[in-house]
Design a protein around this ligand. Sequence first.
Ligand code: OSB
Ligand code: MG
Length: 397
Amino acid sequence: MSASTLERLDLAEDPLALTPSRIDLVEVGLPLVRPFRTSFGTSTTRAALLLRVETADGVVGWSECAADPEPLYSEEYLAGAEHVLLEHLLPRLAASGRRWSAGGVADLLAPIAGHRMAKAALETALLDAGLRAIGRSFVDHFAQTLPAGATPQARVPAGVSVGIADSLDALLAEVAEYVDRGYVRIKLKIEPGWDVDPVREVRRSFGDIALQVDANAAYRIDVAEHVAALVALDEFDLLLVEQPLAAEDLAGHVALARHLATPICLDESVRSVRDARGAVELGACHIVNVKPARVGGYLEALHLHAWALGSGVPLWCGGMLETGIGRAANLALAALPGFTLPGDVSASDRYYARDLTTPFELNGGAIAVPTGAGIGVAVDDDALAAVTRRRHTWTPS
Ligand code: OSB
Ligand code: MG
């Protein structure tokens, strides 16, 4: 993959440029079908900030900001994302004096440190509007970055992320439900005290299934029992262990990797293609969980993908309990050939009784990648109205 193929998505004569007439920030709260517990907390509702961009020509683009109400997964949080969008990101684009375009957002916003989820939401809404205006899907757009002969998949094998349960019996019942539905890979959330036993029981009950674990940074390299528990997981032939240590602790992951046979996958630690490359070169990581929101958007995710394809590092597409709006775009990314492992891109009914879009369904263990323009799914206005908590309209002055 050469830089020039990626530059084709770039600005030279930008077919995606648009003039926004208004941007709505819509805060929603969707009840989850079951509580989702991780090492950093329990969610019963997915609160999310949606962005709706409307252009002067009446084209509408949507995106979903991944930030949660509380800054537990990362520093970003919903109210902070809203604030930085309104006070910093949108004014900066407006002041640039140029037409707006997804391809230009990252450079124009680069002076603002961090806030990648907020930046990703803005870039993605503009990408959706820009692609809808020219009738091109996310996946076709992304496919332009592929080397000659490579093509995206039409259907993406689906994994599922299983929260920490109240008991081993409850865990086994939940996993049984997902295995019955056809999910091709199970990811168990772990934390100290909920690791070796649940993994052993799931392995014993379900045999040869593709199984992995995610600690969300709950372990410490300087706590002997933590390291011992992670080493004990080697026995269960896991695909990977995701983010065992703190996001900043690359040296700890390097040290841990020397003790483990199971490959280490990083999630929270990787905020850019540069982070991914550095972590792999150091020996801190063998596999990368790509969340476009965490790396600042789809264009950075595509750079990461191009690097991974070239260097043979396996990728998979993570999730943040997205509604159909965020999930649609993730599916387009997960369809690319560097995504060699099943992702956390589950069907709508794994999360919500009523999704905000036409529901995504699991068929034969996979989910179809939308082919319509932009994210390729329509937002269900009634479903949206039923879960809208607040709406704020921004207009360029
Ligand atoms: O660490 O991958 C994670 C959800 C919220 C925050 C962090 C994570 C997760 C998941 C859920 O594991 C993945 C999904 O959307 O299905
Ligand atoms: Mg994770």
